[in-house]
Ligand binder design. Structure first.
Ligand code: GCU
Length: 412
């Protein structure tokens, strides 16, 4: 974990439902001017664009329009005894070969039909997914993790395979899904540097020192990167373009939700342990609060989000409306019992309060009104699961993701 500024440690953390403040959530089906939204058309024409804009200006910040990407295949080979292809592709995020790039690694199961794909950024570099010595180490900034041999913010050979337990690749491929992933730091290094590097610097306007208060923070930057990966995947005949999934864990779970909200090419969205600024309702202030997250990670959201430190009720949106922005596409919210910091109950409630929007659009919503028992996947259009254990991605999480995707995207 990152060192916390000492003043952040002083912010009181609520872990007791009885201590939570009373609050009223904004109604996803009432427009800002008070109009009740009662038809699909009014949702699509009025309320959805309005909510998207509110999340852009007040929470994640607006990303620039994307130029067409450029890409170059770096290598391709067979893996897992010939069951799959591993392709490494450099994606030039600004469309120019002298601009920032993300190195995508795409694992494709052998198939005579296009295959569904799970797109997810990774925390520790593509080389952390397997022991394969040919995968290049990221060249940019990495979080120091002594156990993985990462010192001076630089990846080393020692970190090969460090994230294998989070990526049961062979099993995912055996279930018929491709995996597309890139190191999130290729898109924006995850530290507060006033946006001097990564994707933000590349898109800075003339004379602008840093993004304006309503312009993109790091989460919106990473989501922009996910959309550029989608650009590439859309060009591939081996990929089923109707079954493109975006998944993310933790800060990257916040990111996958925002990517799913802003980019409807993602047909299914999964957030794992995404917590504050992800699936958890901000107004509950349970576990990590808005003030706490803005203090520890000032670069994740746009500067306008600072207005809601200890002032969540003033925010025009809450996170159930982020889930609603994904409607009517399937969304799966996953929690972990020991990850109270991420407020599992608040994550569940976001799904529940997004339900009326899904129903308006003619799908089932969340087929539960109370938290399910541990390990029971609620496999409705809004899905939910809580498993025992801590903040992490486990093989059993992947089984749940793919069970959900099999059902919600129509299986093979
Ligand atoms: C911290 C942070 C969370 C975040 C998590 C992660 O715990 O407070 O908001 O989700 O890091 O990304 O691992």
């Amino acid at each position: 974990t990152l060192a916390m500024p000492s003043f952040a440690q002083d912010i009181k953390v609520l872990y007791d439902e009885a201590e939570l403040p009373k609050f009223t959530l904004p109604d996803p089906l009432v427009a800002q001017d008070g109009t009740k939204i009662t038809t699909r058309e009014a949702w699509e024409k009025i309320r959805r664009p309005e909510l998207l804009q509110l999340f852009e200006t007040d929470v994640y910040g607006k990303a620039p329009a994307a130029p067409p990407i450029a890409s170059r295949v770096i290598s391709e080979r067979e893996v897992f005894g010939g069951k799959a292809t591993e392709r490494q592709v450099r994606i030039f995020l600004t469309g120019k070969e002298d601009g920032p790039y993300a190195d995508l690694i795409l694992f494709l199961p052998k198939s005579d039909k296009p295959v569904p794909v799970v797109t997810a950024l990774n925390f520790k570099g593509n080389h952390s997914l397997s022991d394969d010595p040919t995968i290049p180490l990221p060249q940019g900034w990495m979080r120091n993790i002594a156990a993985d041999g990462i010192k001076n913010h630089t990846a080393t050979e020692e970190s090969r395979g460090a994230a294998k337990s989070r990526w049961p690749l062979e099993r995912i491929l055996d279930r018929g899904y491709a995996v597309a992933t890139a190191y999130y730091g290729d898109i924006d290094p995850d530290f507060d540097d006033d946006f001097q590097n990564g994707i933000h610097a590349a898109f800075k306007k003339e004379g602008q020192a840093k993004p304006a208060a309503d312009e993109w923070g790091s989460i919106a930057g990473w989501a922009f990167g996910l959309s550029r990966i989608a650009d590439y995947l859309e060009q591939q005949d081996a990929i089923d373009h109707e079954r493109m999934i975006v998944m993310g864990h933790s800060r990257l779970g916040k990111t996958s939700l925002w990517a799913g909200a802003t980019d409807t090419r993602f047909d299914l969205v999964i957030s794992n342990n995404s917590g504050c600024g992800g699936a958890a309702l901000s107004r509950r202030r349970f576990g990590e609060s808005v003030r706490r997250i803005n203090t520890s990670f000032p670069h994740w959201f746009c500067d306008n989000f600072l207005k809601y430190n200890d002032n969540e009720d003033a925010c025009p949106v809450d996170q159930h409306e982020l889930i609603a922005l994904i409607a009517p596409r399937p969304v799966l919210i996953c929690s972990a019992q020991e990850d109270q910091w991420a407020d599992p109950h608040g994550e569940f409630l976001s799904g529940l309060y997004a339900d009326p929007v899904y129903r308006l659009l003619g799908t089932d919503g969340l087929a539960a009104t109370e938290m399910p028992p541990l390990d029971k996947l609620i496999n409705s259009r809004i899905g939910y699961r809580i498993r025992p254990g801590k903040h992490d991605v486990t093989p059993s999480d992947w089984e749940a993701y793919l069970d959900f995707a099999d059902k919600q995207l129509g299986g093979k």
